[in-house]
Each structure stands twice: as structure tokens, then as C-alpha cells.
Design a protein around this ligand. Structure first.
Ligand SMILES: Nc1ncnc2c1ncn2[C@@H]1O[C@H](COP(=O)(O)OP(=O)(O)O)[C@@H](O)[C@H]1O
Ligand SMILES: [Mg+2]
Length: 506
């Protein structure tokens, strides 16, 4: 895009009551101080944006004379297409806007201008002092928009092969920023986890150290113990058998005892029966009984005595039989066996305790091993995250170098610093500074800063492919400079000179 100014008309704009400026490839404005040279480029910025050449709000209403209306009109061409823009201020009224002489709304006018060219870009191209006054972030953004950041592949090539492989693989899945987030948070967590793992290993080792070292190995202890348990079980079997035998014997003994009791009771009943008197009178009416009845009573007694004898003898016979049976039965004395079992069991007790202790030792040993493994694994992932974070730092440094190189290649005499090193973590932090001969822009003399500004605006113009007029104010302070690519307007102080405008190359 090529923008050219053709003609500027000022009415009652600050000192200029009525001024017409025709522009050429080179337009020279000569005058003594205070004659209104700088006001000319300023009026163009006011027309477009309502500001001065540095972008600050401006009211150009004359203060040294009375005027009804301030009006600026600029005939310009954009890619050879002519446009006439106008902005006016009527006393006490809202601003007026004109596009090709048609009164327009502020919104339409501003939209039209903004569509032609970006405000910051135009002001930077038109006024070489504008860009260096912008905030460094804006300056950086404007320059970097023309310099694509280096591709991952390009940066990886600059790293050591191991670093390049490590990060290259991670970049297949995540962005660099995400990898950084993941591993920063990993590192924080793993730092804590590692400390915890170390203290757990230490505690478990201390517990293990407190257990006796000279414990027999578990297998031989268990073998010995099972030998004892086996013997105990065998003896218990014998004991159970003896108990079964003795139970049978005791049952028969108890039966004999029960018979003995019955025999004793029976014996006791014999005497009263034998001595029973035969009554000769009736038991109820006391009348003497006859012969026959007496005989019957006698017979009854005889009968009962017979019965008693039979009964008693049966008991005696049964007792005899049982006694004979008992004589043939076995009774085993198992008290000694019981004692033996108790003793044997007791002999196994220390072994049992030893087995328990050794199991505890083994369990603790296993826990120590696990804790050591965990500690090692944690340290490994921690180191991995640290390595990745260091590699990212390295990557960013290389990326910054590459980007700086690319940006630098746009300039001929200036150097541009895009990063500065963070004091804390040594990381590259975005920054922006223009340097000329190792001096920052802010420290340059007027002539140096004009030269620097011209080089900057040329880079922006080349990169954006927009050519605009440039004005160099205070051109008397600079002996020689490289001419910008578009129209040039220079303002020069000449002592005692009234405002004079010369046009070359028209
Ligand atoms: N609103 C205004 N009305 C009238 N004169 C003004 C106004 N604002 C500034 N001036 C004066 O205009 C004169 C011209 O300024 P300037 O364009 O900077 O001159 P030069 O660049 O030629 O030295 C100065 O003397 C300044 O005081
Ligand atoms: Mg001036």
C-alpha cells in the first residue's frame, strides 16, 4: 500500500489562519522558531485521529485570534486512488467530518481511517519519534508480528541430541507451556513426596535395627516347631484312645455301684418282711379270722418272701456278672501321658515366639525394601521432571536467540533486545529495547534518535508493506540521514525566516 499526500489546507489551525501546502517527494519547510513548522504535520494527525503527532489529544482552536471555524483538509492518495478527508471544529459545536466533501458521522469517518491503516502503524511510519515512545510491550508486539516465532523443529535442532529427543517426544503430545505446567507441578509434588519417602525409609530402618539380628532363619524354626507339633498330635491321639477305653470301664463301674445301692436297699427290706406277724383278727373290724383266712394271710406272706428272694438273687447275680465283666476290662492310667503332652507343648513355646519375631523381622525387612524402592522411583521421576524443566529453559533460551537473530536481521545499524534474564530463576523474560551502538534509545542525542527512529520506521514499512510519508522535524540538527522509502517532509529552522515551503521532485 502506498500512501501519498497531495495537498493540505489549514484554516484557523493554531497559528495558521489560512495555509495551503502542496507535497512532493521531498517537501522542505523552513522557518524561524515558532513559525508553525511542526504544526503542519501535527494538523495531519489531528485530521486523522484528533491527536498530535505523538498520539495525545489536541485542541487546535486558535488562541491568539478570533475564528469561527477550524478546518483541516487533506487530499491524499492510497494506491493512486485520491481521497479528500476533512475535519472541522465550529466554536461551541461538535466536530465535523468530511469524506470526499461529504459530511460524515464521527463513527464512519473513524472506521474509514482505521480501515485504511492501523493507527499505531501509521503514526510510527509518519513520525519517527512515535514508535520509541510506545510502551515496550506494544513495540515488541508490533515488531514480532512480522517475525514468525521459530518452529519447534528449528529450536530442537539447536539443543543437545539427548535434550532434543526428550523434548521432541513430549512436544508430540503437549505444547511447551503445558509440558512446563505438568512438570512444574510434578516437581513440587515429587519434592514433597521424596522427603516423605526418605523419612519413611529412615523410620522403618530404625525399627528394623531395633529387632535382634541373630534370629534363626524362619524355615528351620518352622521345621523344628512342626516336628514338636507332630509329636504332640500323636500323643494326643494315644490319650484320646486311653480316654475312650477308660470311659467304657467307668460306665461298667458305675453300673456295679448302682446295683450295689439296690442290693443295700433290698437287704434292708428283708428283716421287716421275715418278722411280719400273722394277725388273727380282721385289720378293720377286729373280728377274729377264721382258719381259712389265716391260712390265706400266711400264704400271702410266703409268696411275698419268695418273690423277695428271687428279686434279691437276681440283683446279686447281675452284680456278679458285671464284676466278672469289669475284671476282664482294661483301664489305662494316662496321667503321665497328659504330663508329657503338656511338657512337649511347653517346649515348643520359645520356638513359636521365635517364629513370630522372625516373621515380624521379615515383614519389616520387606517394608524397608518397598520403601527404598519407592524412594528410588520418586527420586528418578523427580530428576526426570527437573531435567525436563531445565531442557525447557534451554529450549526457551535457544528460541529467544533464534527469534532475536531473526529480528536482528531486519536492522542494519540498530540492535534490538527482545528478552532479559530473570534475576531469580535465570529464565528469559520478554522485554524490548532498541539500542544504537550499545546505547539504549532513551540515551541517544536528538540526531541519533532521529536516525534510529528512521531506521525503525523503515523496518516497519518494509515489513508491513505500507509506504507512508515521513516527516523529520528539527532536520537542522542532523547532517545526513538515509532517506525513507516514501515521501519525506522535513522541517528546518532558519533564523529570521518566515514560513517557506519548497517542493522537490514534483
Ligand atoms: N492554539 C493555538 N493558537 C495559536 N497559537 C498557538 C496555539 N498553540 C500553539 N501556538 C503557537 O504556535 C506557534 C508555532 O508552533 P510550532 O508549530 O511548534 O512552531 P515551530 O515548529 O515552527 O517552531 C508557537 O509559538 C505556539 O506557541
Ligand atoms: Mg518545531
Amino acid at each position: 500500500m502506498i500512501i501519498k499526500f497531495t495537498e493540505l489546507k489549514l484554516e484557523n489551525f493554531k497559528v495558521h489562519e489560512d495555509l495551503k501546502v502542496k507535497f512532493g517527494d521531498l517537501t522542505k519547510i523552513f522557518a524561524d522558531n515558532g513559525k508553525g513548522k511542526s504544526t503542519i504535520p501535527e494538523s495531519i494527525c489531528w485530521l486523522l485521529y484528533g491527536t498530535d503527532t505523538l498520539g495525545s489529544k489536541l485542541d487546535p482552536t486558535p488562541i491568539t485570534y478570533e475564528a469561527e471555524q477550524t478546518l483541516v483538509q487533506l487530499l491524499l492518495s492510497v494506491n493512486n486512488k485520491a481521497i479528500l478527508l476533512g475535519r472541522g471544529l465550529k466554536k461551541g459545536k461538535a466536530a465535523q467530518y468530511f469524506i470526499n466533501e461529504v459530511p460524515s458521522k464521527a463513527k464512519d469517518f473513524n472506521e474509514m481511517v482505521e480501515k485504511l491503516f492501523d493507527r499505531n502503524l501509521f503514526l510510527s511510519l509518519f513520525n519517527p519519534s512515535y514508535f520509541p515512545k510506545l510502551h515496550w510491550e506494544k513495540q515488541r508486539e508490533m515488531i514480532l508480528q512480522y517475525v514468525p516465532s521459530p518452529a519447534n523443529k528449528e529450536v530442537l535442532k539447536e539443543l543437545l541430541p539427548t535434550q532434543s529427543e526428550l523434548l521432541g517426544n513430549l512436544l508430540k503430545k503437549h505444547s511447551l507451556e503445558d509440558i512446563k505446567k505438568i512438570h512444574s507441578s510434578n516437581k513440587t509434588n515429587l519434592d514433597k513426596k521424596y522427603i516423605a519417602a526418605q523419612s519413611r525409609t529412615k523410620t522403618l530402618k530404625e525399627q528394623l535395627d531395633q529387632l535382634p539380628k541373630e534370629v534363626a532363619p524362619l524355615d528351620s524354626l518352622k521345621a523344628e516347631l512342626s516336628q514338636i507339633d507332630k509329636q504332640v498330635r500323636e500323643l494326643e491321639k494315644q490319650y484320646d484312645h486311653s480316654a475312650d477305653v477308660n470311659r467304657e470301664y467307668n460306665i461298667v463301674s458305675a453300673e456295679i455301684q448302682s446295683l450295689q445301692d439296690q442290693i443295700d436297699i433290698s437287704k434292708h427290706n428283708w428283716i421287716p418282711l421275715k418278722n411280719e406277724v400273722i394277725d388273727e383278727c380282721c385289720k378293720t373290724c377286729k373280728r377274729p379270722l377264721d382258719e381259712e383266712s389265716i391260712e390265706a394271710v400266711k400264704e400271702d406272706k410266703e409268696k411275698r418272701m419268695e418273690q423277695y428272694k428271687a428279686n434279691h438273687n437276681a440283683l446279686l447275680k447281675k452284680r456278679l456278672e458285671l464284676r466278672e465283666k469289669l475284671n476282664e476290662m482294661e483301664y489305662i492310667d494316662n496321667n503321665e501321658l497328659m504330663e508329657k503332652i503338656k511338657k512337649l507343648n511347653a517346649s515348643g513355646q520359645p520356638l513359636r515366639e521365635a517364629v513370630q519375631k522372625y516373621s515380624q523381622f521379615e515383614r519389616l525387612q520387606k517394608q524397608v525394601n518397598e520403601a527404598e524402592q519407592e524412594e528410588k522411583a520418586t527420586l528418578e521421576s523427580l530428576n526426570e521432571s527437573i531435567l525436563i524443566l531445565d531442557t525447557i529453559k534451554e529450549y526457551k533460551a535457544k528460541e529467544a536467540d533464534l527469534q532475536a537473530e531473526k529480528v536482528q536481521s531486519l536492522f542494519t545499524t540498530l540492535s534490538v533486545r527482545l528478552f532479559k534474564q530473570n534475576k531469580g530463576d535465570g529464565e528469559q523474560k520478554p522485554d524490548f529495547e532498541i539500542m544504537m551502538d550499545d546505547k539504549p534509545y532513551s540515551k541517544l542525542s536528538l540526531s541519533e534518535s532521529i536516525r534510529a527512529g528512521l531506521e525503525l520506521r523503515d523496518v516497519l514499512s518494509t515489513q508491513s508493506d505500507i509506504v507512508t510519508p515521513t516527516f523529520v522535524d528539527n532536520a537542522e540538527s542532523i547532517t545526513k540521514f538515509k532517506e525513507p522509502n516514501g515521501q519525506l517532509i522535513i522541517c528546518k529552522v532558519v533564523a529570521g525566516q518566515e514560513l517557506k515551503i519548497e517542493v522537490d521532485g514534483e
